[in-house]
Ligand binder design. Structure first.
Ligand code: CTP
Ligand code: CA
Length: 231
């Protein structure tokens, strides 16, 4: 659908997309993870290739086929995803953090499988993970302060409940990104479904609503807004 007649407005642009969800090992057989399927991130990668971009897709635990024409890098944990995203972002024009990143990880990884005992199980202490999106914003800020590096467009995602737009605006400001794609969780949208509906908020005040439809619609709305912000 998008492949034919897609605008070539991302031609020659280097774009990094993260997709899927990170997993944090508890022991050799168990992890803390989330329900992200990677569908939205893969849709972003595919549509960006169709619009002419050079795409690096950093995939965390996704079982979808690789999108043709993209370079795919695998990452399991948040530490691996961070390393792969920061390396690819160094010379990228655009970074889109569509991956669901685990906020916490077990403070220590058990070398052997945790066994049941007669008593109650021990609690699993957690440590906060680094915020990759915020870090990308800080790196760009540093580069700007030095007058170095080319401007980069940074896009975040957020799944919100309750006051979706107010939460989204606050998160956009906190993360220092240019665009934030805010999904409303629930109503059988978002996780693992082919459809999505979202509001894309821009740091410059713009807000674009994408009605419920295929995830490619959200992707194309993101690329329209990104293309308008590339210099
Ligand atoms: N993100 C990230 N690194 C993290 C957590 C999140 O890069 N450690 C990115 C996600 O990929 C997403 C954006 O930040 O693009 C927002 O993620 P979200 O989980 O909604 O934000 P948090 O700051 O973790 O806030 P919350 O407490 O709502 O989970
Ligand atoms: Ca989070």
């Amino acid at each position: 659908r998008v492949l034919r007649g897609a605008p070539r407005d991302l031609a020659g642009r280097r774009i990094v997309v993260s997709a899927g969800g990170t997993r944090e090992a508890i022991d050799p057989v168990r992890y803390i993870g989330n329900r992200s399927s990677g569908l939205q991130g893969y849709s972003l990668a595919r549509t960006a290739v169709a619009r002419g971009a050079e795409v690096t897709l950093v995939a965390a635990n996704v079982t979808l086929p690789d999108p043709a024409g993209a370079t795919v890098v695998q990452a399991e944990s948040t530490a691996e995803l961070r390393e792969a995203v920061l390396a690819a972002a160094a010379d990228a024009d655009v970074v889109v953090m569509a991956a669901a990143v685990a906020d916490f990880r077990p403070s220590t990884r058990h070398e052997s499988k945790i066994k049941k005992t007669d008593g109650e199980p021990e609690a699993i202490p957690l440590t906060k993970n680094p915020d990759i999106l915020a870090e990308l914003g800080e790196l760009r800020g540093d580069a700007r302060a030095r007058g170095a590096g080319h401007p980069q467009v940074i896009v975040g995602f957020a799944a919100e409940t309750d006051d979706v737009l107010a939460n989204g605006r606050a998160k956009l400001a906190r993360k220092g990104c240019d665009l934030l794609v805010v999904n409303q969780v629930g109503r059988d949208l978002a996780f693992g479904t082919p459809d999505n509906a979202a509001t894309v908020l821009a740091a410059d005040g713009d807000a674009v609503e994408v009605k419920r439809g295929p995830k490619d619609d959200v992707a194309d709305a993101v690329w329209d807004l990104v293309a308008a912000r590339l210099v």
